[in-house]
Design a protein around this ligand. Structure first.
Ligand SMILES: Cc1cc2nc3c(=O)[nH]c(=O)nc-3n(C[C@H](O)[C@H](O)[C@H](O)COP(=O)(O)OP(=O)(O)OC[C@H]3O[C@@H](n4cnc5c(N)ncnc54)[C@H](O)[C@@H]3O)c2cc1C
Length: 332
C-alpha cells in the first residue's frame, strides 16, 4: 500500500465553472492531505476545462490533472469511468473524494468496483484517524436518525461528500501548483450512450441546493394557494421554497421542490418546516440544516424532535405573524 499517496478530488464543473461542491471538496481534501502529510490533487474531466485547473489550485490543490477531450463534453458513465480509472491508476491516491451529486453518485460505486475497493456515499464528516492513518467516514443512516462511521481497509478509500457539509477555503490566487494533462485515449465505440438533449431545470430565484434559507411546506399547507404565503416569507429571507413529498405528489408545487430521501438533499443555514410531520424520509433530506424551525399544530409531531425551535399552532395564524415580524426586524 506504500505506493498510494495523496488525496485526489474530482472537480465537478457546471456551466463552465467549478461547482460549489468542488470548492467544498478542495477545503476538506486540503485538511485530510495536511493531516496525512501528503499532497492534494484535483482532477478535471471535460471538454475545454483546462482553464479551470488554476482555480482548483487557488482553492487548495497542490496539483491539478486535466483530461480534456471533445468526447468528454457531456458526462457519460462509459467515458468518465474509463478516464477516472486511468487517472486513479496513474495518480495512486490513498483517498478519492467526489461530491454526493448525480455524477458523484454514479461514478463512485462504479469506480470502486473497477478498482477493487469500496465507496462510502453521502458523507458529512471526514477525518484522518491519526493512529491508523485511515479515513473515518461519517454518514447519516436510518433516514438521518443515526450517524455511522466507516473505515475502508483498501486503497483508494472513496467517499462522496454531501454538498454544503464542508467549508471551502478562501480563494488565494497567489497559491502555486502544477497542472498536468492526461490523455483520454477513448475508443468512441466503447461509449454506448449518447446525450441527445440537455433540458435545464427552470428555477425562479435561488436554487434549493444553494439556498441559505429554505421555507418548506408539507401536506398540512392544504393546497397550492397556501404555498404563496411560504413564497412570501422565502422572498423576504432571500431564500427558496421546498416541500415534503405530498405537496409534490398532489401537484401543488413542482416535483423539483421535493426534499428528502427521494428528493433533494439540502443543508441551508435555516430550514423552516411548516406543517411538515417530520417523517424520516423527509428528515433524510434536511438533517444537515444548521437550524431547523418547525411550525406544526400537533405537539407530538416528529419534526419537533429534529427542530431547534418550534411553534405549536395553526400555520395559518402563526405564519403571517412570523412573516410580519421578520419583515419588521429586517427593515430595522
Ligand atoms: C420510499 C419512500 C421515499 C420517500 N421519500 C420522501 C421524500 O423524499 N420526501 C418526503 O418528504 N417524503 C418522502 N416519503 C414520504 C414520507 O414517508 C411521508 O409520508 C411524508 O414526508 C409526509 O409528508 P408531510 O409531513 O407533508 O405530511 P403528513 O405526514 O401528513 O404531515 C402533515 C403535518 O401537517 C400538520 N398540520 C396539518 N394542518 C396543519 C395546520 N393547519 N397548521 C400546522 N400544522 C398542520 C400535521 O400535524 C402533520 O404533522 C417517502 C416515503 C417512502 C416510503
Amino acid at each position: 500500500m506504500a505506493e498510494y499517496k495523496g488525496v485526489l478530488m474530482y472537480a465537478e464543473i457546471g456551466e463552465g465553472k467549478l461547482k460549489a461542491v468542488s470548492t467544498e471538496l478542495l477545503g476538506c481534501g486540503r485538511k485530510l492531505a495536511d493531516d496525512l502529510g501528503q499532497e492534494l490533487y484535483a482532477v478535471l474531466v471535460g471538454s475545454g476545462v483546462i482553464g479551470l485547473a488554476q482555480e482548483t489550485i487557488a482553492f487548495g490543490a497542490d496539483r491539478a490533472y486535466v483530461v480534456d477531450a471533445p468526447l468528454l463534453k457531456d458526462y457519460q458513465a462509459d467515458s468518465y469511468v474509463t478516464v477516472m480509472e486511468k487517472v486513479v491508476k496513474q495518480v495512486m491516491p490513498q483517498v478519492l473524494l467526489l461530491g454526493q451529486t448525480t455524477i458523484g453518485r454514479d461514478l463512485a460505486p462504479r469506480l470502486a468496483f473497477r478498482l477493487g475497493t469500496a465507496a462510502t456515499t453521502d458523507c458529512i464528516e471526514l477525518a484522518i484517524d491519526l493512529e491508523t492513518k485511515l479515513m473515518r467516514q461519517t454518514k447519516p443512516v436510518y433516514g438521518g436518525n443515526a450517524l455511522a462511521v466507516f473505515t475502508c481497509q483498501s486503497y483508494p478509500q472513496i467517499a462522496t461528500v454531501r454538498p454544503k457539509a464542508m467549508s471551502p477555503l478562501g480563494r488565494d490566487d497567489s497559491r502555486q501548483g502544477e497542472v498536468s494533462t492526461i490523455e483520454a485515449d477513448l475508443d468512441p465505440s466503447a461509449i454506448r450512450t449518447k446525450a441527445l438533449e440537455k433540458v435545464l431545470e427552470e428555477v425562479e430565484g435561488i436554487k434549493l441546493e444553494e439556498a441559505e434559507v429554505i421555507v418548506s411546506g408539507g401536506r398540512g399547507i392544504g393546497g397550492a394557494d397556501g404555498f404563496k404565503q411560504l413564497e412570501e416569507l422565502a422572498k423576504i429571507l432571500k431564500g427558496a421554497v421546498g416541500a415534503s413529498r405530498p405537496p409534490c405528489d398532489n401537484g401543488w408545487v413542482p416535483d423539483s421542490l421535493q426534499i428528502g430521501l427521494t428528493g433533494k438533499i439540502v443543508a441551508p443555514n435555516l430550514y423552516i418546516a411548516v406543517a411538515v410531520s417530520g417523517a424520516s424520509q423527509h428528515i433524510a433530506g434536511c438533517s444537515g440544516a444548521k437550524t431547523i424551525v418547525a411550525i406544526n399544530k400537533d405537539p407530538e409531531a416528529n419534526i419537533f424532535r429534529q427542530a431547534h425551535f418550534g411553534v405549536v399552532g395553526d400555520w395559518k395564524q402563526v405564519l403571517p405573524a412570523f412573516t410580519n415580524k421578520v419583515r419588521e426586524l429586517l427593515a430595522e
